[in-house]
Design a protein around this ligand. Sequence first.
Ligand code: C2O
Ligand code: CU
Ligand code: CU
Length: 487
Amino acid sequence: TFLNRRTLLAGGGLLLGAACTRRFATPDQAGTLPIPRLLDARDHGQRIGLRAQEGETTFFPGRRSATMGYNGSYLGPTLRVHRGDDVTVTVSNNLSADTTVHWHGLLVPGELDGSPHQTISPGETWRPTLPIRQPAATLFYHSHAHGQTAEQVYAGLAGLLFVTDEEEQGLGLPSDYGVDDLPILIQDRQFVDGRLVLPAGMMVALDGRRGNVILVNGAYNPRADVPGSLVRLRLVNGSNARTYDLSFSDGRAFYWIGTEGGLLEKSVELQSLPLASGQRAEILVDFSDGRPVSLVSAPDQSTLRMHGMSMMHRHEASENNAGNETVLTFSPRLASSKRGSTTLPLLLASRAVPDPATVVARRRLVLNMRLGGMMDSDEEPLTINHRRFDMDRIDEEVELGAVEIWKVSGQKMAHPFHIHGVHFDVLSRDGEEPDLLDQGPRDTIVVDEPVELLIRFDQPASKAPFLFHCHILEHEDEGMMGQFSVT
Ligand code: C2O
Ligand code: CU
Ligand code: CU
């Protein structure tokens, strides 16, 4: 529940306020980009071990923060699995709280999904065998502990999961992990005097936890040494709530090649790309001019609509964020060796989109946000179709193999909507053709105006249901989540 709703409301001035700003001195640059260890299931006999644990992490010199991680103190290794394989993951819980590990974007049956229905108690182990049957994609894994997802992810329980296949390997895309194929897990976090703190209060309930520092793979403003060639960036927004609007400091164009569900059919040349919590994108960037350049984001802004008014809330990230904020800086080596690719494949992946003529059901979901609920404890503030998440209630029943259209809209603000166990296509946005940026196989999409999603349900969820929810993790934990069976 909200931390004392009445008291928080009394401080309602915070809504527009600057009170979220905290100043502290940060070094200009933390060092080189940390590259999480790569665990390729094929190098380990299809067995991977993950241990959720508590630890201490030094984000800023001389300042230690209490954190959580997998096989380490913050975040986890990058897991690489191959299409066609069956991979057994042994997840042990060394925390003092319940946890789960959800494979966000992985298409596996409900009982393997890592939702709160597969809770791992402290000292216990969960050992799912995951059948990998989907095209190459950049996925991620994170805690989905019941009511504790936001806090556990914030503390560090997240990592990347790559699916690869022969089709992808045949394209000649940059794929030397940590060299020209970089994992970029972006998260904002709140630091006070160089130590990680957990924001709480009314703004957190409304807007989700946001922070004054952007971390990449757990480091503040790191530098990545890259070859002077085309480099592939696997961008993952692992923030609790924030949406980034990413571009390069010199305005250079880049090629968008993949979304949550995998590669696009053709690359798309862009100069900026928005990425909401839970979303992923793969891009190719040309560094052959040898010039240092930064990946930057527009300032964090969210707009809340209340009583017919729009209130823009600007979250200040640091003392100098009049303009863009730096996410990380690339320092290319001049193209001396022939290492790395320089040409862009024209066609990427082909994919069968379900035929809208085969649709057997339509459903309507509204992500409800009632600000009155902050005052009146009888009214639930964050729900879907006015129902707060209940683990014992199945909200929707879907037939295995069915193609459906889900029309989803949001209230009061834009919400990143995520569905487990499927990848979908955007059919329309606000009754019109979808945006250029809506294309591709998706699992998380921003909804505000109604969006129609075309979905085929190929994974069974009979032993345990799948979830759908807002990926602002605080909204999810507070009840903006539902579940469905697939039988
Ligand atoms: Cu990434 Cu149900 O979440
Ligand atoms: Cu998910
Ligand atoms: Cu939301």
